[in-house]
Design a protein around this ligand. Structure first.
Ligand code: NAP
Length: 340
């Protein structure tokens, strides 16, 4: 059986297991609050895609716990309305500290602009949650303005650039963490290291496969980033990828119907919040990286992602797509690995 078919079948199996077991495996989490009031005071957090679904609940819970939350969204009008409402609904006698900033992941220039504005206003970044994502099933292949297939752009290339550009801000913080809202479907993804700017033959294209592949390469990128930062002497590195569960959200247009086996968005946000805030996550990290499942427990990554060499190949392909030098970290970060 070829590699692609094997990955596909394994992905289906892992996803089915999640669907069948997620409610049972998270039963104990139902009543326990993950983030407590005032727990996160003084921390700056960015949540991408905070206008809907998992991102919306994640951003709100973090703000309720006292963090200063930046909602990085493409639909700024919708985000401002949500933020306005949250400020009015004071929590424990305090208005939520939220701010909206524009970010469209389909445009790398929007990502660069976001980073410039961030640097102008804020000093250190404690938690970056790369949550925004897309899944376009049954659609034709579409590319971004930057010439990258849309799943790869929104779910991997653009958040990778955002993470790299915000690294200096994160390194200013005593502790910092990057959380990527990933997916169990990374198991059915394939790493194709041909140029990510070339289109694939239309009859070979599937939105579902492109989604799984974008999640896989982002997980591998994050793992390589953590390892490279450690090699540069940045011992504070904490990178986590997390599967939130199968959740009723707007991710798949037209499939918002609630079913008993799916999570509500608030339940989907639980593992993300846990990975963003729990100290226990650090104990489970290997070379600065961990992958968690929706039950807030570490889980196995796909066999491709388990190989560090393959992750480093993805790292190189990502930097090349972004037109960044392979030694980007060395040029950009040293000696800023040391806090000021
Ligand atoms: N739902 C699930 O079962 C499930 C399972 C595994 C993983 N995930 C992951 O969870 C994350 C959150 O998804 P969700 O389920 O909460 O879906 P959702 O309700 O559709 O939320 C996705 C968010 O991403 C934003 N977004 C989409 N394209 C963007 C772009 N070009 N630039 C900036 N923001 C953009 C959306 O903004 P707009 O409102 O402007 O479109 C929205 O705020 C995704 O990464 C997804 O892959 C979800």
């Amino acid at each position: 059986m070829d590699l692609e078919r094997r990955a596909w079948l394994r992905g289906i199996w892992e996803t089915l297991k999640e669907i069948l077991l997620q409610k049972i495996l998270t039963y104990h989490l139902r009543s326990s609050p993950l983030v407590l009031p005032s727990h996160l005071e003084g921390l700056n957090v960015i949540v991408t895609g905070a206008t809907s679904g998992i991102g919306l609940h994640t951003a709100r819970e973090l703000a309720m716990a006292g963090a200063h939350v930046v909602m990085a969204c493409r639909n700024v009008n919708a985000a401002n309305e949500i933020a306005q409402q949250w400020r009015q609904d004071a929590y424990h006698g305090r208005a939520l500290n939220v701010k909206v900033m524009e970010l469209d992941l389909l445009s790398l220039s929007s990502v660069r602009q976001f980073a410039v504005e961030w640097d102008q206003h804020l000093k250190s970044l404690h938690i970056l949650i790369n949550n925004a994502g897309i899944l376009r099933m049954g659609e034709r292949q579409e590319c971004s303005k930057d010439g990258v297939e849309q799943h790869l752009q929104v779910n991997h290339v653009a958040p990778a650039l955002l993470t790299l550009l915000l690294l200096p801000s994160m390194l200013k913080a005593t502790t910092w963490r990057v959380v990527n809202v990933n997916s169990v479907t990374h198991h059915w993804g394939m790493v194709e290291l041909r140029s990510w700017k070339s289109r694939i033959e239309e009859h070979k294209y599937s939105g579902l496969k492109a989604y799984g592949s974008s999640k896989l390469v982002h997980l591998m990128f994050l793992k390589a980033l953590a390892s490279n930062l450690l090699d540069q002497g940045c011992n504070s590195v904490q990178c986590v990828a997390v599967h939130p569960g199968v959740v009723t959200t707007n991710l798949v247009p037209g499939v918002q119907k609630k079913t008993f086996w799916r999570f509500e968005p608030s339940e989907g946000a639980r593992s993300v919040l846990y990975c963003a805030t729990s100290n226990q996550v650090v104990d489970k990290m290997v070379k600065g990286f961990a992958y968690y499942s929706s039950n807030c427990k570490p889980a196995k990554v796909s066999p491709q992602a388990a190989k560090m060499e393959a992750c480093l190949d993805v790292w190189e392909a990502t930097l090349s797509t972004l037109d960044l030098d392979i030694n980007y970290l060395r040029f950009k970060l040293n000696p800023s690995c040391i806090r000021d």
